[in-house]
Write a protein that binds this ligand. Structure first.
Ligand code: ADP
Ligand code: UDP
Length: 239
């Protein structure tokens, strides 16, 4: 399958049309952004590790009953996916407090939450992806009540499956963001699951091994992503 035309250029990925109307090629670039695009840098090899990381995780989720947009990996940096009607929404689950919730509620970094905490954010860079609730989504027509319920159920299921996967490799899944879309009437997990969109800490030392290394200028960003991949037994092909 060949790329025909770029239809979306996001901050870290691009989508291309293909000869099939309902399939897209998702290209993972080395571009890395934080703080709603205010901090940007190209990190060599990140696109490659993220594409392969994403495929490993989405295939694991698929095997465990979560349907995803992934069709197949095409190259080190590209994957073929179904073209979805995306919800303009981010679904976040937090097992520990970190990032925006600490700024919002004055919580200590790493606080273990009694129960996994679900949050919706509205995808809009200009607005800084604001926190929203179910009522906003229904009132603005971004999704129906049934779709909201399904997205929540799927996100909790992903949390259960991946918390177990990571803990078995000595990693704590602190939090993560996922996005969903609709394909032929069915809700599928879309976009990506990589260390760019989740927080992963070493379970002994609590060392941060995710995009916070970039956000906080801790260095060794791509190296850390590779270490996580190695721990999970992924066979990443290097650039
Ligand atoms: P951002 O939107 O934050 O700049 P990306 O660089 O990750 O982020 O851009 C990828 C874009 O592709 C996102 O807007 C995402 O919602 C969209 N997307 C992801 N998967 C699909 C899919 N299967 N079909 C259509 N759009 C998708
Ligand atoms: N996240 C993401 N994209 C976003 C916002 C958040 O992938 O646009 C991820 C982020 O990496 C973290 C989780 O969602 O794993 C929760 O992010 P948070 O709300 O704490 O925001 P942050 O402080 O990370 O911007």
């Amino acid at each position: 399958m060949e790329k025909i035309q770029e239809i979306t250029k996001g901050k870290a990925k691009s989508l291309f049309t293909t000869s099939s109307d309902d399939q897209l090629i998702m290209h993972f670039s080395d571009d890395t952004s934080a703080f709603d695009g205010k901090k940007m840098e190209a990190l060599m090899g990140k696109g490659s590790v993220n594409n392969q990381f994403n495929a490993f995780i989405l295939e694991h989720l698929q095997k465990n009953g979560v349907d995803t947009h992934l069709i197949e990996v095409l190259s080190k940096t590209d994957s073929l996916v179904y073209k979805l009607d995306m919800f303009p929404i981010e679904c976040v689950i937090r097992n520990r407090a970190s990032g925006s919730i600490c700024r919002r509620l004055g919580t200590e970094d790493g606080l273990i939450l009694n129960d996994p905490l679900f949050e919706f954010f509205y995808k809009d860079d200009d607005l800084g992806d604001p926190l929203i609730n179910d009522e906003h989504i229904i009132s603005f027509g971004w999704a129906t009540k049934d779709q909201i319920d399904e997205m929540k159920l799927l996100t909790y299921k992903i949390n259960t499956i991946l918390t177990e996967l990571f803990i078995n490799s000595g990693l704590i899944l602190v939090d993560f963001k996922v996005e969903f879309g609709v394909y032929k009437g069915k809700i599928l997990l879309a976009d990506e699951f990589t260390p760019d969109g989740c927080r992963l800490w070493d379970s002994e030392t609590l060392k941060k091994m995710d995009k916070d290394r970039f956000r906080q200028g801790l260095g060794d960003v791509v190296e850390s992503y590779h270490q996580v991949a190695d721990r999970l037994g992924m066979n990443i092909i290097l650039d």
